[in-house]
Ligand binder design. Sequence first.
Ligand code: GLC
Length: 478
Amino acid sequence: MQDSTLLRAREDAERLLESAIMRYGGLEIGVRAALEPGPIPLNYDHCFVRDFVPAALHFLIHGRVGIVRNFLLLVLEMQAHEQEKDPDRIGAGLLPASFRVRTDGAVDPDYGEEAIGRVTPVDSSLWWILLLRAFVRATGEDLAARPEVQAALRRVLGGLLLQRFELVPTLLVPDGSFMIDRRMGVGGHPLEIQALLVGALRAAAELLQTDDDEGRDHAHAVDERLHRLVRHLRSEYWLDLDRLNRIHRYRNDQFGEDAVNLFNVYPDAIPRWAVDWMPDGGGYLAGNVGPGLLDFRFFTLGNLLAALMGVLEDGGAAALMTVLRERERDLLGRMPLKICYPAVAGTAWRLVTGSDPKNTAWSYHNGGHWPVLLWALAAVAVRTDCGDLAREALRRAAARLPGDRWPEYYDGRQGRLVGKLARLEQVWSASGFLLAQDFVEDPEQVRRLFPDAALEARDLPRSGAGAPFRLGPGFPGS
Ligand code: GLC
């Protein structure tokens, strides 16, 4: 590709990003989701926490730190507190999905209670912690040491770690609680949330102050959970040809400590496409795991984030890149890259999406192509010596995005059509493109902004294992 095409796309993206900046009291505080109003004005004039992340990382790389600091502190101010909000409605510690600055100058957060489908933005808190760590790393300014930031961090960790009835170390969330914010069969223990959780816990381990008992308790809970979580993801979510073979020959209805098929997955649940699609030497993490459930779909962002947060060890990240290379037509296509593969269609579409016309097969969240995902591809590619793959993806994107006016997503098996209902001038399509270029040009930035090695997961005793249960003195007869 002509360098001039890349350069022109870069200038166009910078212009779009600059015009999307939101101000409050004269300070830069975030960016709008999209500039084009679209046929029905929705909440695209809001700054979404997740959408701001690629813009924020791009700003940090270029030394524009004020807007990121302001954003981090403003979002913290909006954290739901038990005493201020009705706890039945909004969980304490939750951060908003998005916020806007009203014409009267007030800031108006949305915790999902106004969003389409009333979806809970669990990922906001996780992205906030990750961005806080990136900020501290990039600037050397210890923003996390401020008492109000420590308090917010503990509140989030309280919600994530302490108040739960679950047996597994993964986080249980409702459908639509992250980038895929509509019903798409991604409730339960979806990969993207778990990868973000690993990243957020690793960041919290660095940022938490431990000079009092509460801080030490939180740090201990973070450490325990992190190791259990990463071991669980590596053993139960990983799919490659060897694992498919083992699942194919699984025994079912196993009870007790020696069970191998922990989640009682039936061999017939392996979809036919998965066996042919898995390349030799390739592997990836499943989309979701739960009782009787193994979602074989390939979720691109969850997998790339898992590599970036060190869930995948070096061999796993290389196997993931093999999938992206060998299935390049399916996953990168004309406009990198596809959000998940394959799409659900027919009866499965009815059951999984609730007949959602926006999420028909190979469109939007259901197998559409999202330019924003480029930054995550570039980050993992430069780390795994696959820079050529990222450069080629950038080349394809640069050739089309400015002419198409930076659509939110593309449709079709290979992403050849601009998304049917895609907003134009979608800001994270531009910031994702810019950040991808930053990473390709200077791979060192990936090491600075994210954990720089896979987590060495320790073996911990099985939770709940121990002495046999004895009845307490309150029970008649004991
Ligand atoms: C859509 C996307 C969501 C994004 C929002 C704003 O709802 O699914 O991930 O944050 O648009 O761009």
